[in-house]
Design a protein around this ligand. Sequence first.
Ligand SMILES: Nc1ncnc2c1ncn2[C@@H]1O[C@H](COP(=O)(O)OP(=O)(O)OP(=O)(O)O)[C@@H](O)[C@H]1O
Length: 371
Amino acid sequence: MSSASQHYRLSDDLLGPVLAILDAHQDPYLAQGLVSAGCVNKLDIEGKRLLLGLVYPYPCMTQYRDTVMTVTKALAVLDAIDEVECEIDFQPATISALSAVDPLPNVKQIIAVASGKGGVGKSTTAVNLALALAAEGAKVGILDADIYGPSIPLMLGVTDFKPVSPDGKMMTAAEAHGITAQSIGFMLGQDEAAVWRGPMAAGALAQLLSETQWPELDYMVIDMPPGTGDIQLTLSQKVPVTGAVVVTTPQDIALADAKKGVSMFQKVNIPVLGIVENMSFHVCTECGHKEHPFGSDGGRKMAERYQVPLLGELPLKLNIREDVDNGVPTVVADPDGEVAAIYRDIARRVGAQLALTQVTPSVSINISEDE
Ligand SMILES: Nc1ncnc2c1ncn2[C@@H]1O[C@H](COP(=O)(O)OP(=O)(O)OP(=O)(O)O)[C@@H](O)[C@H]1O
């Protein structure tokens, strides 16, 4: 990876040691030194004050302070430097090869959150991932494409939102907790979903995505319908998804279905960014005993087998459910808690994986009226 533009204004004597020190700082998510990862885009010196500019390809705002402290301490060994002024920014990669038909010019990356099986916590993961990416400094949207049970309006507390179309073409989206949301649930009546044929549903969902007035977004998270059937396959082909996250629980049956999810994305050349194991463990609030009600290590073994990262393991925890039921997901309801920290860690991993994957959209979107 290399940075878009680098401004280095140091003498050769100083540049070498500074770059060596910065490259010795391994970024945990990119698994490379800061220089090799292309994060160092500015180096200048005023007297003995080093001006350092870092640009990350994934959002990591909650880590900025730690990074500044570590890097400043490391550079302090050089006699020529007695102060470091560090600016950190985030700039996600933009999809490199967009098709001629580009329905989402405002969106840099599209992440599909999928599961092989219903009820594993896909929507809970999708909404918390979207909010965690936002908490790390990204501009984020979420599309609730789960026609079997659109739950994002409830989870974001925007159940009474009704999209309008002032120009008769593009629909408005809801705003909640700093992210933009569109949901099939805003459009559907109670029992409409179940009767849709696969291609028709996928067409309608792709249309919903392309005909919504999204603001400039770094990431669009799509909460996919559960399963690996026609709708999911067609949707994956109609939308230029740049990476997929597969959610599973550790139990055998969910894992078997999640494997089908991974294979489906691999078949349509969508990079699988990794696996989230939800409801991995439960810690008793009274005695602190940790148990694995649905088995253990399934997600890890699956990740190893398919050679994709295990992005994180979430506990089975009452307040995760209560928070989404209250319309304020845990990342927002308890930002300093350990669950929010896990979601933010997953968000950084997802952003870094997208940056590390040479992404091109799966296919161009071509929506025909009859689908
Ligand atoms: N880690 C967790 N701890 C406790 N409850 C959870 C956790 N993850 C999800 N839940 C709860 O489990 C239920 C199912 O979650 P969710 O709706 O996110 O699953 P899903 O896979 O999207 O389901 P569907 O297939 O119906 O769309 C919800 O009530 C949710 O609040």
